[in-house]
Write a protein that binds this ligand. Structure first.
Ligand SMILES: [Ca+2]
Ligand SMILES: [Ca+2]
Length: 524
């Protein structure tokens, strides 16, 4: 499964990091070498530090391409192999990560008002305020929430001591080049020089935050780069990485028969050869952008090590949602299918995870804030999720067996509203259109055949319908305004909320056929 690495630089940096970690271990500041299930060090002189690395639209199956993530996080931490986001879209997922709440609690169902966006998010009680109130120095560096834009640049949400946030373009989604940051309220322009590459710029801010925090003060760093979100512009040194990456063609790729699926899927024509080429390029470029995130991880870990913090820091690596690479004829997110709702999650915390491990529990993005609060020994008021600390320390005797997913359209996302429930074997979806889906993931892991009307699954449908009706309260809003009609979409180029197509780097070669209206659609 693991493809070889091509054209990658940075080996020297990795070696330096490894030496630094080894030196830290020799000097006695590394994690306790005992059982991987030791109790966390509550009551230590300095509370544990917290670092969250949150990528944007990264699939769960893309970690192989990140060597530092592999060697320094996977090999020293717990990889959660069944991690999902309760709403597979940027702003709602990030709102859930910051609060531990489902969308029906945050009110943030989408990226735009009236049912989502920065404008709707209630920011008075978040992981930032909880940790700040507990004496942490906190930093948000990168993407905050869709809708935090230039006009908001002077507004710093409660709880953040250091604030370096994308404000432009795309309602604060930012970009790889030509973007604006609010730096502690001061609007700053970045251009198109190699030194402006945003993943690296934000990494430098992150390292500086770690190094500038006093040794006696615990820190909370939230590093949220643009990568690998479209337009997936690689860093200068990685533009030609992965030249031999084989095409991705799972059984669900360009699904031939979608008569089992809801009308919105049936409306997607099969992928053209141009669509296929565009998705292949998106995929390769997404991997390339992740190499810069991997470098950022190395830099952050080195700063933690250099300042004597690595042994006392929980490092969380996750993404806000996944992304389809042509499965079911789709190339985006929002949908309830596996590649959209499933994301990577690795947690390294040397006092309890100093050997590589995996965990199969059904965990969610709403569990992250409760975990960090638990680590810092503070409460997580209003959280719907649960702390992962018992799972990290091997004591997860009681855990959820079914998860809720919610979605509501907004702005450029016109996928119908739905609620879904997923357990270890089944995914059951009910749309606002009253359409339904059931997939038996044991027999049909690629979700090729909706069996909701198959009589042999009647009892399963009844059971999951009961669970969904109980959990899906209130149901997500069906519409977020009138559906927008798309007249043009370009692969790779991000779309703005007002549907003005931007000119972006990485635009594919001119195409002979009219661009599909669905590939890359709604990339806001
Ligand atoms: Ca996202
Ligand atoms: Ca099918």
């Amino acid at each position: 499964m693991l493809a070889p690495m091509f054209g990658r630089k940075g080996t020297k940096r990795l070696a330096i990091l490894s030496l630094a970690v080894a030196a830290a271990a020799l000097s006695g500041i590394s994690g306790s070498p005992g059982s991987s299930h030791a109790a966390p060090h509550r009551g230590a002189a300095t509370p544990p530090n917290v670092v969250v690395i949150l990528t944007d639209d990264q699939r769960w199956d893309s970690l192989w391409a990140m060597p530092t993530v592999q060697s320094e996080l996977v090999d020293h931490g717990v990889t959660f192999q069944n991690m999902f986001v309760a709403n597979p879209n940027c702003c709602p997922s990030r709102a859930s990560i910051l609060t531990g709440q489902y969308s029906h609690s945050t009110g943030v169902y989408s990226d735009n008002p009236p049912n989502g966006g920065f404008e709707v998010f209630k920011d008075t009680s978040t992981i930032a305020t909880w940790l700040h109130d507990a004496g942490y120095r906190t930093a948000m560096i990168g993407k905050y929430l869709n809708g935090y834009q230039d006009a908001n640049a002077k507004y710093i949400p409660p709880g953040w001591d250091r604030w370096v946030a994308f404000t432009f373009p795309h309602r604060g989604l930012g970009d790889y080049y030509n973007y604006h940051l609010s730096i502690d309220g001061q609007l700053t322009d970045y251009g198109s020089d190699p030194a402006d590459y945003s993943t690296d710029v934000l990494a430098a801010f992150s390292e500086d935050f770690i190094r500038s925090t006093g040794p006696g003060q615990p820190l909370f760093l939230y590093y949220a780069p643009k990568a690998p979100h479209l337009p997936a512009t690689p860093g200068p040194q990685y533009q030609k990485a992965f030249p031999g990456l084989p095409p991705y063609r799972p059984p669900s790729y360009n699904e031939r028969d979608v008569s089992d699926k809801p009308a919105y899927v049936q409306a997607w024509p099969r992928l053209s050869s141009a669509d296929k080429a565009a998705i292949d390029k998106i995929r390769k470029d997404q991997y390339r952008t992740l190499l810069s995130v991997d470098d950022a991880v190395a830099g952050i870990l080195k700063a933690l090590s250099d300042t004597g913090r690595l042994a006392n820091t929980m490092i969380v690596f996750a993404s806000d949602n996944g992304f389809l690479w042509g499965e079911h004829r789709w190339a985006s997110k929002y949908v309830p299918y596996e590649e959209s709702i499933r994301v990577p999650l690795i947690i390294r915390y040397d006092p309890v995870t100093n050997v590589p491990g995996t965990d199969q529990h059904l965990v969610l993005n709403i569990d992250l804030a409760p975990t960090l609060a638990d680590l810092a020994a503070v409460s997580a008021p209003g959280a719907d999720g649960a702390s992962l600390m018992p799972l990290l320390s091997g004591n997860g005797s009681s855990w959820r067996t079914i998860a809720l997913f919610e979605h509501s359209p907004g702005g450029t996302d016109t996928i119908p509203s739905y609620c879904a429930v997923r357990d270890a074997r089944y995914l059951y979806v009910k749309y606002g259109t009253s359409e339904r889906e059931l997939y038996d993931l044991k027999k049909d892991p690629y979700q090729l055949q909706n069996v909701v009307t198959d009589p042999s699954y009647a009892a399963t449908v009844m059971r999951l319908k009961g669970k969904l009706n109980k959990l899906c309260q209130p149901p997500p809003p069906r519409e977020a305004g009138a559906p927008r009609q798309w007249t043009v979409a370009t692969e790779i180029c991000a779309q703005t909320d007002d549907l003005a197509v931007t000119t972006c780097s990485g635009t594919p070669e001119p195409r002979r056929t009219a661009p599909s209206t669905r590939v890359g659609r709604g990339e806001i």
